[in-house]
Design a protein around this ligand. Structure first.
Ligand code: 5GP
Length: 194
């Protein structure tokens, strides 16, 4: 098991056959040392990609994204979530259906912080059905920026997001890939990066 898989095995709580709770180090309390290691891994994986900006989604993507941005020496932009669909000037917006919260949010990024000159790495905490990443990709497209890849802290390999994105030819790097959450146990897929 890699360092992240060990942490998940030790502290992750299986809430159901499809939801893993990792509030002790990622989604509520944050483990800075672990985030630093995560940032180092993503920075290593994408070091030659010419990234100028990391784009993530508030709030749980911010900690791993900032640590990666620190290592790659690039700024981090987090898309903001808003409840209602309102057209506001100066923003790129997309709709995202949340897997865990079962609600649709509009996410948005200011045009000031993403431009057609940017080479973007999208980062997020979890990959389930891929809706959050697709929303972020929509925003990157609207800006005319170039997407070089997607970094995911925990991918649930038994859901469709990873396959959907990889079939589109997108480079997806996940630091831990979960094969199943059946019987209250976390099983990892062996090919996770590092
Ligand atoms: P997707 O958009 O890929 O369907 O779901 C990814 C988003 O939903 C992530 O940004 C994450 O916040 C949340 N999410 C999905 N599955 C889980 C899970 O099992 N545990 C936690 N803590 N968050 C999840």
């Amino acid at each position: 098991m890699n360092f992240l898989e060990q942490k998940i095995a030790a502290e992750g709580k299986v809430l159901s056959e499809s939801v893993l709770k990792v509030d002790s180090f990622l989604n509520h309390q944050v483990d800075p040392q672990l985030m630093q290691k995560i940032g180092e891994e993503f920075a290593k994986l994408f070091s030659d990609a010419g990234i100028t900006k990391i784009v993530t989604l508030e709030s749980s993507g911010i900690a791993p994204a900032v640590m990666t941005g620190l290592r790659l020496n690039v700024p981090v932009v987090f898309a903001r979530k808003r409840k209602s669909l309102t057209l506001v000037d100066g923003l790129y917006s997309a709709e995202v259906h949340s897997f865990t919260k079962r609600e649709t949010n509009e996410i948005s990024v200011s045009k000031d912080y993403l431009t057609s000159d940017d080479v973007v790495l999208i980062l997020d905490d979890f990959l389930a059905n891929g809706q959050a990443v697709l929303g972020l990709m929509d925003i990157v497209n609207q800006a005319g920026a170039k997407l070089v890849g997607v970094g995911i802290v925990i991918e649930k390999g038994f859901q469709q997001g990873g396959q959907l994105l990889r079939e589109k030819g997108i480079r997806v790097e996940s630091l831990a890939i979960i094969d199943s959450l059946t019987n209250g146990e976390v099983t990892f897929k062996r090919e996770a990066t590092h």
